[in-house]
Write a protein that binds this ligand. Structure first.
Ligand code: KIV
Ligand code: ZN
Length: 516
């Protein structure tokens, strides 16, 4: 059993900083589902969102605060009274609420963004912490852009906010500028120069612009930081945040070096990554450590030979230790509802009877045209049947004519606001024609940022999984759809993106401006 000193607190910000990844916006139901998984994973704190940013953010944070009882729930607020009041309203029903307030501390931000003096910002930081402290003793403060902040000023600020009542002080490398040794030294310097530092937990929050977020966080941990802020698969603003699974597995695998432990149940890592991918459509790159498709794949003959002789030759951790299933062959057309339900449970999903029935109908339809159903196939069905967003637009019928002699034409029926409408679209190919038909029927013409199709599993009977990224009014969303016919999959992905944008449009009313 580790002592308190040896415990690293995992502060997961997938739902807040992670959601700032382009296209990663999630609706309240999706956030709650992910929050439940994070609780199961064993994180210590979930940063659920930024309540003043929008009505949707507020209601998601409140929902999570009310439903998730086993972990601390944090809400983000700028160092402004209205932000802090709104954050508190969202989390006051939480079992263990935390207010996380922040203000920039670097001269670059003070001069160009805040246009305030150092004195003024220091006062605002302390006033914000004191205001939050009147609501709860669990207050975290972050001096934004800390790594580009004057050291003396940073030390003064850390000391002042601890005196004002901050129980956690987080040192963000907001722009991913730090180098591990330098960042470790910064944390060590704070420990040696700030007289009251022992009264707060020191946390770090590293961005990955130079690919060093995890290395920087680990260097900080070696210097005494005891909370790390991170996201599943490292998603987040720009190049993302430190990846939770990499931090945790580094600390776990190299316990000999760190002598530290987290509360993470590592066998739930893979399922958490998979759920995030399902919800956001953002798949980790194949060579991504721990959660990438190739993370445990040994290609070289020499390596395979070594592994047969003894696993430890080339394996520093087992796939099972992070929950990667040994084989994912699932079911076929004769499998029953019970067998499918049991398998979904093993994959980590707990569904209601109604959800299970809907998934089973789709499973049977797919099993009629595809011999083997893999976990990935079940994931795509779940995404469409269970995790779906409210649908203003729905595909009813699609018929496409294409080839090297015809003008590619898509005839389509869609349901729009409950009415069936029909039209034809034309283009340079079948996908172009299909998207043209959708644009006509939905009366939209958003910028198409990205379109991809991948096979979900192996074999020519595999489902195609399409992703479509659309942008409107500064918001980009990723929609996805799967079907054995890649044109149908593409249409579903486009329509899913439209429904996601629709949700954002509704949510935009009532949010504060310039909060992210
Ligand atoms: O990157 C950053 O500085 C942040 C703060 C709000 C902690 O996300
Ligand atoms: Zn950040």
């Amino acid at each position: 059993m580790e002592t308190q000193d040896q415990r690293i607190y995992i502060f997961d910000t997938t739902l807040r900083d992670g959601e700032q990844s382009p296209g990663a916006s999630m609706n309240p139901d999706e956030k709650l589902r992910l929050a439940r998984q994070l609780e199961k994973l064993g994180v210590d704190i979930i940063e659920a969102g930024f309540p003043i940013a929008s009505e949707g953010d507020f209601s998601s944070v409140r929902l999570i605060a009310r439903e998730i009882r086993g972990v601390q729930v944090a809400a983000l607020a700028r160092a402004a009274m209205a932000d802090i009041d709104r954050a508190w309203q969202a989390i006051e029903d939480a079992a263990r609420p935390r207010i996380h307030t922040f203000i920039s501390s670097s001269d670059i931000h003070l001069k160009y963004q805040l246009r305030k003096s150092r004195d003024q910002v220091l006062k605002e930081a302390c006033a914000a912490v004191a205001h939050a402290r009147a609501y709860t003793p669990n207050v975290e403060f972050s001096p934004m852009d800390a790594t580009r902040t004057d050291r003396d000023y940073l030390c003064d600020m850390v000391e002042a906010v601890i005196s004002a009542g901050a129980s956690t002080v987080n040192i963000p490398d907001t722009v991913g500028y730090a180098i591990p040794e330098e960042f470790g030294n910064l944390i060590a310097e704070l420990f040696s120069r700030v007289p009251n530092i022992g009264q707060a937990v020191i946390s770090v929050h590293c961005h990955n612009d130079l690919g060093l977020a995890v290395a920087n966080s680990l260097a900080a941990v070696r210097s005494g930081a005891r909370q790390v802020e991170c996201t599943i698969n490292g998603i987040g603003e720009r190049a993302g945040n430190a990846a939770l699974e990499e931090l945790v597995m580094a600390i776990t695998t190299r316990r000999d070096l760190f002598g530290l432990a987290t509360g993470i149940k590592t066998e739930n890592i893979y399922q958490s990554s998979r759920l995030l991918t399902q919800i956001t459509g953002i798949r980790p790159q194949p060579n991504k450590a721990i959660t990438g498709a190739n993370a445990f794949a040994h290609e070289s003959g020499i390596h395979q030979d070594g592994l047969i002789k003894d696993k430890t030759t080339y394996e520093i951790m087992t796939p099972q230790s992070v929950g990667v299933p040994e084989t994912n062959i699932v079911l076929g057309k004769h499998s029953g509802r019970h067998a499918m339900g049991k398998h979904l449970e093993q994959m980590g999903y707990s569904l209601s009877d109604d959800e299970l029935n809907r998934v089973f109908v789709r499973f049977k339809e797919l099993a009629d045209v595809k011999k083997e159903i893999f976990d990935e196939d079940l994931d795509t069905i779940l995404f469409e049947e269970v995790f779906r967003v409210e649908e203003r637009f729905r595909l009813v019928y699609l018929n496409v004519v294409s080839g090297n002699v015809a003008i590619p034409t898509a005839t389509m029926q869609m349901e729009v606001d409950g009415n069936i409408v029909q039209d034809a679209g034309f283009g340079v190919g079948p996908v172009d024609a299909t998207f043209d038909a959708i644009r006509k029927l939905s009366g939209t013409n958003y910028a198409l940022l990205r379109y991809t199709v991948n096979a979900v599993t192996k074999g020519t009977d595999a489902q195609g999984e399409a992703t479509v990224q659309l942008k409107n009014n500064g918001h980009s969303v990723i929609g996805h759809g799967a079907h054995p016919d890649v044109i149908v999959a593409s249409a579903k992905a486009y329509i899913n993106a439209l429904n996601r944008l629709e949700w954002i449009r509704k949510d935009a009313a009532g949010g504060a401006e310039q909060t992210r």
